[in-house]
Design a protein around this ligand. Sequence first.
Ligand SMILES: Cc1nnc(-c2cnn(C)c2N)n1CCCn1ccnc1
Length: 115
Amino acid sequence: PIYCAKKTKTHKDELGICRVLLAELEAHQDAWPFLTPVNHRAVPGYRKVIKKPMDFSTIKEKLTSNQYLNLETFIIDVNLVFDNCERFNEDDSEIGRAGHRMRRFFDKRWTELLQ
Ligand SMILES: Cc1nnc(-c2cnn(C)c2N)n1CCCn1ccnc1
């Protein structure tokens, strides 16, 4: 059609996309470092270095308690998981590599879902 309005997504549509994306992140084989909050009592330096801890279970709790205004605020929290991982872990480490793989997977999936 000549006139093609950009279909705006309702809040419900966006939250549906967040649920799909989070389920895929949690199911990913490289998700294991990010499934639950880092135990900062057991990980020296973590609380000092990482000002805003974030993990997939916390994101799920925020999603189910309607704390995300839109897809963007959800994406900000997911990226926080990966940015924290990069800050605290060497690129050439098990957890560092898992973080890079998960970020690449997430970037690919949300751009696909938004097309
Ligand atoms: C996420 C994340 N970023 N850094 C760590 C971590 C935890 N301990 N150490 C020495 C790190 N560098 N994590 C959490 C990884 C959670 N984990 C570790 C083994 N199974 C889950």
